[in-house]
Design a protein around this ligand. Sequence first.
Ligand code: GLV
Length: 332
Amino acid sequence: MAGIVYGLGPDYFVKFVEVDTPSMTLSLICPTKDPAPWVAAIKAIDSGIDLRVWPDDGDKADVTFALVWAQPQGIFAQYANLQVIASMGAGVDNLLKDSSIPEQTTVVRMVDPQLVSQMGDYVLAASLNHGRQFLNYAQQQQRRQWQPLAPQNMGDITVGVMGLGQIGNAVATRLVQVGFRTIGWSRRNKSIEKVQVFSGQQQLADFLAASEILVCLLPLTPETENILNAETLGQLPQGAYVINVARGNHLVEEDLLLLLNNDHLAGACLDVFRQEPLPQEHPFWRHTKVTITPHIASLTNPVSVAPQIVENYRRMQRKQPLMNQVDLRQGY
Ligand code: GLV
């Protein structure tokens, strides 16, 4: 694209020089999401951004910024001038599996208070449903059975939050505010007010043994894949409840079924699955101890995150450091 550079010549006359500057285009690559609300939200902030939607995004050499979700693997090889890839969500595990991400590209993700508070709402709802026996009452209702069950005080239930990143930390704090006894586990030691934090592999067993409700909010990395398995879930106290709101691949599904069926676990609330949508024939659908939601615990609202997308686009243009960068070595 031709641009004009205004400059002062040696004799202090303004010069106009035609130079070739690369075009800066933002392309949305999101085959499983409707791009329209994203385009509208970005345009509402900056109508000047050259915004295109894959697959009809014209000359791919123009594209410097890709906003992506569930992109076809290998697609970035087509974009020779890509500088930034932004995940439309908080998670980047699927994105980072793509070996076509060019080396010089900066990857960013969404960090958004709405995402955090929605996750807090979901975990609270699931924890309270379990604690106040709503799931058992729903079954009793099916049988027209009037049977009061022993109530549990929130302060007598220990919730263990696995993963104390930005979202896990906020969720743990929210649980404390509501009155749950709250503990947490993370790779490195952290300090969160009124939350007992366990860290590293050596403290995992103690953390699990104390978690009456286990909430998985870990990033999915090779280290955390299959971390919820027969061995770890078996270390939870008898009658524990499992909430997975991170990624399906954290959980070995057959192992969970085994521990539900032998009554070691009281139940599970699952928002994410190894295969999504959950296949029709999957045993979770009809399991009386399993509550299923279709990956909705925390959904990115385009209006809420458009300001950070536009800000990062402008920073890219100005060659400034971007917000919410992903550490590619750590994988989150
Ligand atoms: C949703 O799963 C996200 O990563 O934002």
